[in-house]
Design a protein around this ligand. Structure first.
Ligand code: NAD
Ligand code: ZN
Ligand code: ZN
Length: 341
C-alpha cells in the first residue's frame, strides 16, 4: 500500500497552503483511518492558516474539520466501527472523557480536548486519522458532499440556537449568512422560530430568503438593530456568526429584554458591552462552541429528514488557496466543499 498521501499543508501563517505528498498516518489503538471523500471549508480554517487567535495551531498543519469519508482501517482494539462505515471527523477530535465537563454533557469545554485541523492534522488530505470514539456516523440518505458542512457549520448553529433558548414562535436573528448562517436559518425554521437574517451582501440575503428567512436586513443600508427593535420588538436570541466586531455590537442591540446574544463568530477582537443596558434589560451574552457528539447526531438527523439543505459548491483540493481568497472576500454563498478527484 502507498505510504504517502496528498494533503494541503500550512507551513507558515498568512502564506499559501502547499499541496504536497506527506506520510500517510498509521492507525493505532483506539483510532480509525478515514479515506476523505469531501471536506467543507470553514472560516475557522482561514483563522488557523493566518494564526489569528491567541492559541496558535500546530505547524506544519493540515487544516479541515468538516471531513467525511469511509473508514479504511480500524485500530486493533476498536470493536464498534467497521471498515466501510461512513463517518465524519468534527472539530472535537477527542476529549478526555473523565473531567467535570466530559461527565456533564459539556465535552466541548474539556480542557484536554484536541481539535481537528488545529491541534492535530485535519481532513484537507486523502486520509485522516481519527479517534474511534469521536467520529460520528453519516445517515444513509445523506451524501458525503451534502453532509460535510453539517459537521461544523450545522452542529455549531443548531447548538447555538439551543443555547439561545428561544421558543417556537419567537423571533431570532442570524447575523452572517455564510457557511454557518445559511444552515442556521434553516435549523431556526425547523425549530419553529421566526427568522430575521442579517448580512452585508444582498445575494446572501436572497439565499436566506430562499431558505426560509421571514425578514432580511442589510446593515449597510439600515442599522440592523434599530430595524429589528422597531419592526419586530427585538429578538429573543441573536446568533452572531459574522466575523465582524460591528456585527457583534448590532447583534447585542437587537436582543429584546431578557433575551440572549449568542456569540459564535470568532473575529480576533473585543466586544464592547454597555453595562447599564445589560443590567436594566436583563440581557445575557453567551459563547457557544461547536456541539457535542449527541448534538451532531441530532443535526444530521434533521438533515436526513429533509429539513436542512446545505448549499454547496464543490472544488478540488488543489484550489484551496483560491477558495480561501473567495471566503475572505465574502464571495462564497453557502459552503465550499473540497473533494478528492
Ligand atoms: P463565512 O465567511 O462563510 O460567513 C461569515 C458571514 O458574515 C459572511 O456571509 C459575511 O458576508 C457576513 N458578514 C460580514 N460582516 C458582516 C456584518 N457586519 N454584518 C452581518 N454579516 C456580516 O464564515 P463561517 O464559516 O460561517 O464562519 C463564521 C465565523 O464563525 C468564523 O469566525 C469562524 O471561525 C466561526 N466559527 C465558530 C464556531 C464555534 O463553534 N463558535 C464554529 C465554526 C465557525
Ligand atoms: Zn468550523
Ligand atoms: Zn474532559
Amino acid at each position: 500500500m502507498c505510504s504517502t498521501m496528498k494533503a494541503a499543508v500550512v507551513h507558515k501563517f498568512k502564506e499559501n497552503l502547499n499541496v504536497e505528498q506527506v506520510p500517510k498516518p498509521k492507525t493505532g489503538n483506539g483510532q480509525v483511518l478515514v479515506e476523505i471523500k469531501a471536506c467543507g471549508v470553514c472560516h475557522t480554517d482561514l483563522h488557523a492558516a493566518h494564526g489569528d487567535w491567541p492559541v496558535k495551531p500546530k505547524l506544519p498543519l493540515i487544516p479541515g474539520h468538516e471531513g467525511v469519508g469511509e473508514i479504511v482501517e480500524v485500530g486493533p482494539d476498536v470493536t464498534h466501527l467497521e471498515i466501510g462505515d461512513r463517518v465524519g471527523i468534527p472539530w472535537l477530535y477527542t476529549a478526555c472523557g473523565h473531567c467535570e465537563y466530559c461527565l456533564t454533557g459539556r465535552e466541548t469545554l474539556c480542557k484536554d480536548q484536541l481539535n481537528a485541523g488545529y491541534s492535530v492534522d485535519g481532513s484537507y488530505a486523502e486520509y485522516c486519522l481519527a479517534d474511534a470514539n469521536y467520529v460520528v456516523h453519516i445517515p444513509d440518505s445523506l451524501s458525503y458532499v451534502e453532509s460535510a458542512p453539517l459537521f461544523c457549520a450545522g452542529v455549531t448553529t443548531y447548538k447555538a440556537l439551543k443555547v439561545g433558548e428561544a421558543k417556537p414562535g419567537d423571533w431570532v436573528a442570524i447575523y452572517g449568512v455564510g457557511g454557518l448562517g445559511h444552515v442556521a436559518v434553516q435549523y431556526a425554521k425547523a425549530m419553529g422560530f421566526n427568522v430575521v437574517a442579517v448580512d452585508t451582501f444582498d445575494e446572501k440575503l436572497a439565499l436566506a430568503k430562499e431558505l426560509g428567512a421571514d425578514r432580511v436586513v442589510n446593515p449597510l443600508q439600515n442599522d440592523s438593530a434599530e430595524f429589528i427593535q422597531r419592526e419586530l420588538g427585538g429578538v429573543q436570541a441573536s446568533i452572531c456568526t459574522a466575523v465582524s466586531k460591528k456585527a457583534f455590537g448590532e447583534a447585542y442591540r437587537a436582543v429584546k429584554r431578557g433575551g440572549k446574544c449568542v456569540a459564535v463568530g470568532l473575529p480576533p477582537e473585543t466586544m464592547e458591552v454597555p453595562i447599564f443596558d445589560t443590567v436594566l434589560n436583563g440581557v445575557s451574552i453567551v459563547g457557544s462552541i461547536v456541539g457535542t457528539r449527541k448534538d451532531l447526531q441530532e443535526t444530521l438527523q434533521l438533515a436526513a429528514e429533509g429539513k436542512i439543505r446545505t448549499m454547496v459548491e464543490t472544488r478540488p483540493f488543489e484550489d484551496i488557496n483560491d477558495v480561501f481568497e473567495d471566503l475572505e472576500d465574502g464571495k462564497v454563498n453557502g459552503r465550499v466543499v473540497l473533494i478528492n478527484e
